[in-house]
Design a protein around this ligand. Sequence first.
Ligand code: ADP
Length: 677
Amino acid sequence: MPRATARARAPRAVKAPRLATTRMPPEWRRRSLWSALVLLVLALLATLVWLAGRYEASQVQSRLERDAAEAVGEVRSALTRNVQSLQALQFNEPTPQVWMSEAQAFLRVHRELVRIEWRDPAQKITAQAESPFSVPVFDRSGRAHSQADVVQTCAAARRLSGPAYSGSYFVLLAEGLGIEVMELCLPLVTAGRLTGYVVATYSLPEVLNELISRQLTRSQEVSFTEGDGTRLAIRGLARRGDRVFTAQQLLDLSGTTLVLRLDSWQGAPDFFPNVLTALVAAMSLALFFILLLLGRDMRRRLKAERDLAEALAFRKAMEDSLITGLRARDLSGHITYVNPAFCEMVGFSAQELMGHSANAPYWPPELAHEYQKRQAIRLAGTAPPREGFESVFMHKDGTRIPVLIIEAPLINEQGVQTGWMSAFLDMREQRRVEELSRASQDRLQATARLAMVGEMASLLSHELNQPLAAISSYATGSTNLLREGRHTAADMEVAMQRIAQQAERAGKVIKSVHDFVRRRDQAREAVTPQALLDAVMPLVNLQARKLVVQLQLRVAPGLPPVLCDRTMVEQVLLNLARNGMQAMDSPDITRRVLLLDVKRHPDADERQLMFSVSDIGPGIAPDVAQQLFTPFFTTKAEGMGLGLSLCRTVIEQHGGSLRFAPHTPQGTVFSFTLPLA
Ligand code: ADP
């Protein structure tokens, strides 16, 4: 195992990853909790905004109430002041003319009064003055119309011995217009005797106009109303918004009571009516936003947790299904982690193994001493990591287990070595397989030896056929010459030499076949291709003459020698040449040419030579091609069917290959390769 891939992270001891089993709330429950939280926050926000709005409204309302009370106070004190001024008109017992001019002057500064009358005790008008700012009020309807009101008011005034006011009533002016007026009757008493009355007529609109400060009427509408809400006089702005605030105050006057009403229109579409509401709303939005962010964060966390749990579960599944034992030790040699495969291998539980350093329980007692030494060297930190060394462990039940150990330094995230990580392969099965294969090998060899005897006999008979045939033909030739008396000493010598050569050849064949069958290392030597061809040519020529075949030799110039058992390769060449010539031995084939060709192998980096034997026979039929190399397969009457199978075995033993292919335009090419010397 290369170092880089052997780097392992510090393991988390044997504890199963907790996260994978941590119980998480079910999805629906989490969802409903979140929905409840969001709803609550929304409700809270809505309540806050509503409360802020309400607070704002109550502020407006109480300001309005204050304004109304203030307006009533203003009106009341102005009316009281007027009463005093009217009384002052009688000061020094003026003549009617003087009174009238003073009353005129008074009306010029008091627009709220439209008319002042001085009446005698019998209600007859002594003098009167009209306001210069309006048309005389009673011109159209006549004073008599309101006489009853005045009399009644004055009666009340006399009873009270002070000013009294009549209820308001409407007076028609020109062109359908009119005003609401109210009478004030002031009894004039001199030395305890009633001397007359001052009757002043107030215009209610002008009362609102003149007696209430402009500040109050600038932003709100002021009116006198009746009990049922009918407006008697109005002053102020037309409505500006939807939301109306109303405040009513009673103006108690002696003899009558008026209702003063203040209406204020608030800018209704104001969603944020004031700073408070705006603030609350802004904070609410921020809160909501934060809630969203929290929700998103939570989702991410949950996803990360899920991924982590999955990764841990995957890691655990991987560890559990691993058949390689894993063990981690810290730098002081204590076991910090073992995987289930390791526990199973040695038969101890993880708890029994954790923390052990010296004398691990799985060390065989007879080897413990050696292992201790080995560990001491390891912990000294100088030794390089060991890769693939064999050792023996002991199972809890005492069985010895051969193991293959691969060790690597344990590097943490910071790149610091924190211990050692080791992987263990149980070699028992492998040993068993090795044992089995050795036994079967032996058995095979025994069988092979038996087969060898038969094989040798067949091969010998096949390969000896040719030299024996040659010897026989030379002997027959010589005998004929002797018998006919045509012999010369030289001819006889040549014949005898040829016979001796072939006999020698037969001897070599026997030895080669014997060696070959015994699978001994054949006597390999460097032989030039030309030498190989030269050795087989006499026999090939003999056969060629017999079968009327023309031989062609084509040896590329300057070819290096090949490394081979020359006798066996010569036999191969002989066999191929003989097969080619026999294939052309048919009456249909008139031009019989056999080509022997040697050249460098076009592929194979030219490290091999290629020998080819081409004939122009009928070629090889597909069904024949399939069994060509099967021993004892032949199509010939006196064939043995061993030639090609022998050739292939010989060539393959030399590290070459034997092939055949159709020859153009007809025939077959057999070619084989041999390595260069
Ligand atoms: P044998 O020559 O004794 O028959 P071989 O193993 O040498 O045995 O050949 C097996 C068969 O392959 C031959 O019987 C023949 O049918 C076929 N054969 C071999 N060489 C050729 C060839 N050059 N052309 C056609 N057929 C061939």
